[in-house]
Design a protein around this ligand. Structure first.
Ligand SMILES: NC(=O)c1ccc[n+]([C@@H]2O[C@H](COP(=O)([O-])OP(=O)(O)OC[C@H]3O[C@@H](n4cnc5c(N)ncnc54)[C@H](OP(=O)(O)O)[C@@H]3O)[C@@H](O)[C@H]2O)c1
Length: 295
């Protein structure tokens, strides 16, 4: 007997469209009420191609929902002091509802110092310790964009989470760790029993095979193969990589941390790459910016 299931896609483009329609309507209300649109500023330091692409998609998304956006491009040799001065200026600029400093920053700039300098009330990436602490305590604040986008995706497709074993592979401050916290909260989506795995985890396949919901954020292309996934699992792939592909006009193709072709037939739900978590990260940033503008 075949063990194949017919999987369904957790489609971040489709879900993002639905959420963005609601954001757009709310943005029009904010605009009408106070006379100007929600305003997001994105600071990009240097020329990292992936960062340029991410920031461009964030700026474009702002336009699509009726937000104002400003892209501030700073040279790669910008000093930490100059960047901190810019952060301070944005913190005190009443025309700016929220802003992000795109990571990673060049090596000579301390990311932690920059993140800490952002006013928590304008930290729409949700990376400031105050916002992470509020998330931890279940208090209102800005949730980190990628985990929150995943939560929205699960909600949109009404994926059952209560009582499930959620395994998160990766423990970064911006994805894996907050993801684990959100999935263990006493709410929907949540109420999971959570395991967080990382590079020191022993016998990772035996852990991932126990997952009803598997969230993978490790940054290694096609790392999770079918033998590491339980039949019927929900799989969320956060990774995004460019692999050289001479058969494509662009010369590359995108893939995630999960071997989609091998894993998908075992899943009940799975995110595609591209078109899964990526668009939801951007949508989540818009949600936070709207919240900032609503005051
Ligand atoms: N789609 C999106 O919107 C979006 C947003 C953010 C990130 N991403 C992508 O998601 C991926 C992860 O991002 P990140 O910022 O969380 O990465 P990160 O900061 O590099 O963290 C990677 C995590 O994976 C763990 N890990 C690495 N190798 C492992 C292994 N062999 N077995 C088990 N765990 C392992 C690391 O463990 P240790 O802690 O022990 O080192 C670490 O906790 C990247 O591909 C990134 O580009 C996508």
């Amino acid at each position: 007997m075949s063990s194949q299931t017919t999987y369904r896609e957790l489609n971040g483009v489709e879900c993002g469209k639905a959420v963005r329609a609601r954001i757009s309507a709310a943005a029009a209300q904010v605009h009408a009420k106070r006379g100007h649109a929600p305003h997001l500023v994105a600071v990009l330091v240097g020329e990292d191609p992936a960062s340029q692409t991410y920031v461009a998609s964030k700026v474009k998304a702002c336009g699509e929902v009726g937000f104002r956006s400003t892209l501030l491009k700073e040279p790669a040799d910008t000093t930490e002091a100059a960047l901190l001065a810019l952060v301070d200026k944005l913190n005190n600029d009443p025309s700016v509802d929220g802003f992000i400093v795109q990571l990673p920053l060049p090596g000579h700039i301390n990311e932690e110092r920059v993140t800490l300098a952002i006013a928590p009330g304008k930290d729409v990436d949700g990376f400031h310790p105050q916002n992470l602490g509020r998330m931890m305590l279940g208090l209102p604040g800005y949730l980190p964009a990628t985990p929150n986008g995943i939560v929205e995706l699960l909600k949109h497709y009404e994926v059952a989470t209560e009582g499930k074993h959620c395994v998160v592979v990766g423990r970064s401050n911006i994805v894996g760790t907050p993801m684990g916290i959100l999935m263990s909260r006493n709410t929907y989506p949540g109420n999971c029993t959570v395991t967080i795995a990382h590079s020191r985890t022993k016998d990772l396949p035996s852990i991932t095979r126990q997952a009803d919901i598997l969230v993978v954020a490790i940054g290694k292309p096609n790392f999770i193969t079918a033998d590491r996934v339980k039949q019927g699992a929900v799989v969320v792939d956060v990774g995004i990589h460019r692999l050289a592909d001479a058969s494509r006009k662009s010369g590359f193709r995108l893939c995630g941390d999960v071997d989609f072709d091998g894993v998908a037939p075992k899943c009940s739900w799975i995110t595609p790459v591209p078109g899964g978590v990526g668009p939801m990260t951007v949508t989540s940033l818009l949600m936070n910016t709207l919240k900032a503008a609503q005051g």
